[in-house]
Design a protein around this ligand. Structure first.
Ligand SMILES: NC(=O)c1ccc[n+]([C@@H]2O[C@H](COP(=O)([O-])OP(=O)(O)OC[C@H]3O[C@@H](n4cnc5c(N)ncnc54)[C@H](OP(=O)(O)O)[C@@H]3O)[C@@H](O)[C@H]2O)c1
Length: 279
């Protein structure tokens, strides 16, 4: 017997009912223990989605799951796994095999800062695995199933750093360039099958991201605002720049030649890095 759904608070997502009808009943949200992913999970549960919360920290996910069940009367499944490993990705697919998943929000990701050759190569490769390989695997796995069922949505995250090379966060910027290009490429392919693809390119967001990247970001967007602007744009466009700051910065950068964009981002990111590289 399918559970009786309470539609949840429609004031939180502008198109809550439409999203649930088009992409429900289950949403898989990676990176759900913090920041943008946690905010997406909250908004989706408020819209009536049953949600699969994915990240490494099981205790945090269990706590969030209990809150979502109590607040929104939805089903929540927790999958604690490391998506930078093939085994972790397989665990996610196995855990969702019996669920009618119609939406993938692939928010798990991290960045590093500092001179590339001074960084631990294992971290750089784990970042490529999480930010790129896991995104490709999940988009392929769920995208295939969405095309079979004739509807679905895939949301991935690039960044303002995705549109040019950026020193002192070179690998991260390259992973985000990959995600941006990947989403632009698969969107028209999947459109005909009724599957929407959206890439969100935020500027700085106040989340756990900066601490893990060893950055200190002065002024940053609220993850809930970024999540809301992102989910509201699904099915409407290819790329969303959530928030006024990322829109303005994106527009300013788009008018500049690539090497100038690199110079501007070098300054911006350089100002965020805690452990400044030697001059
Ligand atoms: N914050 C920004 O300024 C910003 C700007 C532009 C784009 N973005 C992008 O937006 C997305 C979300 O970032 P955020 O700001 O929400 O970051 P965040 O607050 O640091 O959250 C990252 C999430 O990913 C999970 N995660 C990290 N490593 C993982 C792994 N190996 N396996 C599974 N889950 C893992 C984390 O949970 P666990 O630690 O529990 O695993 C956490 O839930 C990322 O793709 C990021 O690159 C962020």
């Amino acid at each position: 017997m399918p559970s009786q759904k309470r539609p949840g608070s429609t004031r939180r997502l502008r198109r809550a009912d439409g999203l649930l009808a088009r992409y429900g009943p289950w949403a898989v949200v990676t990176g759900a223990s913090d920041g943008i992913g946690a905010a997406c999970a909250d908004l989706l549960a408020a819209a009536g989605f049953d949600v699969v919360l994915v990240a490494r920290r099981q205790d945090v996910l269990e706590r969030l799951a209990a809150g979502l069940r109590a607040q929104h009367d939805v089903d929540v499944v927790v999958v604690a796994c490391d998506l930078s490993s093939a085994a972790g990705v397989e665990r996610l697919f196995a855990a969702t095999a019996e669920l009618d998943v119609g939406l993938l929000v692939a928010a798990a990701g991290f960045g590093t800062t500092g001179c590339f050759v001074d960084n631990d190569v294992a971290d750089e490769v784990a970042m490529v695995d999480l930010n790129c390989r896991a995104v490709v695997e999940a988009a392929h796995h769920y995208g295939r199933s969405f095309t079979r069922r004739g509807r679905g949505g895939i949301v991935v995250f690039s960044s303002i750093v995705a549109f040019q090379g950026v020193p002192n966060t070179a690998t991260y910027a390259a992973t985000k360039a990959f995600v941006q290009s990947f989403a632009e490429g698969i969107r028209p392919e999947l459109k005909a099958a009724g599957v929407d693809v959206l890439v969100s390119a935020p500027g700085p967001v106040a989340s756990g991201f900066a601490a893990r990247a060893d950055m200190e970001v002065g002024s940053a967007a609220d993850p809930a605002d970024v999540a809301r602007a992102t989910l509201d744009a699904l099915g409407r466009r290819t790329t969303v720049r959530p928030g006024a700051r990322s829109k303005l910065l994106g527009w300013l950068l788009s008018t500049a030649p690539r090497r100038v964009r690199t110079a501007i981002l070098t300054k911006i990111i350089g100002g965020f890095i805690r452990h400044q590289p030697p001059a």
